[in-house]
Ligand binder design. Structure first.
Ligand code: ARG
Length: 467
C-alpha cells in the first residue's frame, strides 16, 4: 500500500498533542461538516447564550463576551450570504464556527469554549434543530387536517362504499372517511407535541460528560434558548439521543398514515375507480401513453415511509449497545434525522396540496356505494329487528338472497318482493327502505358512526379545535 501524504498539519483546535494531521481517509470518515453545517443557526444561538452566561457569572469579561456575541453575528451573516469559508479539516460545524470567530474577534474567540465541550454543544444544537422540526411537523399537520376537514365539510353526507379487505363492506359517507384521517393526523400531531415537551430540556453545560468546575448558570442558558429547564444528569445529557428517536418514531407513524391515504388516492384516481380526480398540479403525463395522468406525488408519498422508517431503524441500530457516554458513533445520527425530516415536511406539504385540490366524483361514489351488495348488513339487521330472527339466521337468509341476486346479475334492491319471499316468507315490502344507501348511512347513528348527523357533529368539534 502506498503511503498517503498528511492532509495538513495538526488540527488547530485540538492538535496540541498531535505531531501530524490525519490521513486523508481519516479526514473523510471523521468530518461531519458536509452535513452538520445545517446546524449553524442552532450552534450560533447556543454559543451566544453560553457567552452571555459566562459574562453574567463573571467567568468571562463583558468585553470578551460582547466581542464574541458580535463576532458570532458576523459569522451568521457570512454563512447566510454564502461567504463563510467552510473547511473540512476543521471537522464539524462547531469547530468551523469557533475557528472563524477567532479569526474575526481574536483571542476572545478562544475563550468561548470555557466550561463546555463539543459533546454538550452538539447535544444542544441537535435538540434545538429537532425541536424546530417538531414545530414544523405540528404546523404542517394542522394544515393537512384543515384540508381534510374542508373535504369533510363539502361532502358530509355524500355516500361512498366503505371497504374492508378492499371489498365492498357497507356504505359510508365521504365526510366520515375524510374525518378518519383528521383523527389519525391529530394523533400524529399530539405525538410531536409530546416529544417536543419531553425533549425541551437543555443539555448545555454538561460539558464533556461530568459537568464543569466553572460556576456556570445552566438555568440561564436553558431559559435563553427556550428550554423549560436544564437536563439533570450530565452523563445522560451528552449521551442521549432518544429525543431524535422519538421524533423519528412519530415521523414514521405519520408517514405510515400518509402512505395509506396516498394508496387510496392511487386506487381512487384510477380509471377503474374514478372516485376522485387529482388536479394537473399533482399528476404527471406519460411520455408514450397520451391518455395517462399518473398520480406520481401520491406514489412518492406512499414510498416516503421507506426512507423515514429506514432512518428510524438506522438510528436505533447506531445507538444500540453504546456504553455511556458520548461515542463518535453518534455523529451518524444527523444525516438520518435530516433526511427523515426533509421527507416528512415535503410529504406533509404535498399531501396538503393534493387533498386541497382533489375533486370527489360524487355520482361515481354514489353508484359504487350501491353496488356490491353493500346493504346486506342492513337487510340482516331488518330481519332481526322486524321479524325477530336471531342474527345468525338473518345472516344466513341474507346470504341466500345475495347469492340469488348475484346469480341474476342484479343488486339487492333489484330483487322483487316475490323473489325475496321464496327465501323467507315473512319479508315485507317495507324492507326496500333499508336497501337504499342513503337510508343505510342515515341509520348508522351510533357515536362516531357514519350517519351524516354524526359526521356533522364531529366536523363542528374539529372546526372549533382547528384554528
Ligand atoms: N461532530 C460531532 C458529532 O456530531 C461533534 C461532537 C464531537 N465530540 C467529540 N468528542 N469528538 O457528534
Amino acid at each position: 500500500m502506498t503511503e498517503r501524504p498528511d492532509t495538513n498539519s495538526a488540527n488547530q483546535m485540538w492538535g496540541g498533542r498531535f505531531a501530524a494531521g490525519p490521513d486523508a481517509i481519516m479526514q473523510a470518515i471523521n468530518a461531519s461538516i458536509g452535513f452538520d453545517k445545517r446546524l449553524y443557526a442552532q450552534d450560533i444561538a447556543g454559543s451566544r447564550a453560553h457567552a452571555a452566561m459566562l459574562a453574567a457569572t463573571g467567568i468571562l469579561s463583558n468585553k470578551d463576551a460582547e466581542a464574541i456575541g458580535e463576532g458570532l453575528l458576523t459569522v451568521l451573516s457570512e454563512i447566510e450570504t454564502g461567504k463563510f469559508p467552510f473547511r473540512v479539516e476543521l471537522e464539524d460545524i462547531h469547530l468551523n464556527i469557533e475557528s472563524r470567530l477567532t479569526e474575526i474577534v481574536g483571542d476572545a474567540g478562544k475563550r468561548l469554549h470555557t466550561g463546555r465541550s463539543r459533546n454538550d454543544q452538539v447535544a444542544v444544537d441537535f435538540r434545538l434543530w429537532v425541536r424546530d422540526q417538531c414545530d414544523q411537523a405540528i404546523a404542517g399537520l394542522t394544515g393537512l387536517m384543515q384540508a381534510f376537514l374542508a373535504q369533510a365539510e363539502a361532502g358530509a353526507d355524500w355516500v361512498m362504499p366503505g371497504f374492508t379487505h378492499l371489498q365492498t363492506a357497507q356504505p359510508v359517507t365521504w365526510g366520515h372517511h375524510m374525518l378518519a384521517y383528521v383523527e389519525m393526523f391529530a394523533r400524529d400531531r399530539s405525538r410531536f407535541e409530546d416529544a417536543r415537551r419531553r425533549m425541551n430540556e437543555c443539555p448545555l453545560g454538561a460539558a464533556a460528560l461530568a459537568g464543569t468546575s466553572f460556576p456556570i448558570d445552566r438555568h440561564m442558558t436553558a431559559q435563553a434558548l427556550g428550554f423549560d429547564r436544564p437536563t439533570a444528569n450530565s452523563l445522560d445529557s451528552v449521551s442521549d439521543r432518544d429525543f431524535a428517536l422519538e421524533f423519528l418514531a412519530a415521523s414514521s407513524i405519520c408517514a405510515m398514515h400518509l402512505s395509506r391515504f396516498a394508496e387510496e388516492l392511487v386506487i381512487w384516481s384510477s380509471a377503474q375507480f374514478r372516485f376522485v380526480r387529482l388536479s394537473d398540479k399533482w399528476t404527471t403525463g406519460s411520455s408514450i401513453m397520451p391518455q395517462k395522468k399518473n398520480p406520481d406525488a401520491a406514489e412518492l408519498l406512499r414510498a416516503k415511509l421507506g426512507r423515514i422508517l429506514g432512518a428510524t431503524v438506522a438510528l436505533f441500530t447506531i445507538m444500540k449497545g453504546l456504553a455511556l457516554t458520548y461515542s463518535k458513533d453518534m455523529q451518524e445520527d444527523k444525516e438520518q434525522v435530516f433526511d427523515a425530516a426533509d421527507s416528512l415536511m415535503l410529504g406533509l406539504a404535498a399531501m396538503t396540496g393534493m387533498v386541497g385540490d382533489m375533486t370527489a366524483n360524487r355520482e361515481v361514489l354514489a353508484t359504487a356505494a350501491a353496488s356490491g351488495f353493500s346493504t346486506a348488513t342492513d337487510l340482516a339487521d331488518w330481519l332481526v329487528r322486524e321479524l325477530g330472527l336471531p342474527f345468525r339466521e338473518a345472516h344466513h337468509v341474507t346470504g341466500t338472497l345475495v347469492a340469488m341476486a348475484e346469480a341474476k346479475g342484479v343488486d339487492l334492491p333489484d330483487l322483487t318482493l316475490d323473489q325475496m319471499q321464496t327465501v323467507h316468507a315473512g319479508i315485507r315490502a317495507d324492507v326496500f327502505a333499508v336497501l337504499g344507501v342513503e337510508n343505510s348511512v342515515r341509520s348508522r347513528t351510533s357515536y362516531g358512526g357514519t350517519a351524516p348527523d354524526q359526521v356533522r357533529a364531529q366536523i363542528a368539534l374539529w372546526a372549533e379545535r382547528l384554528p
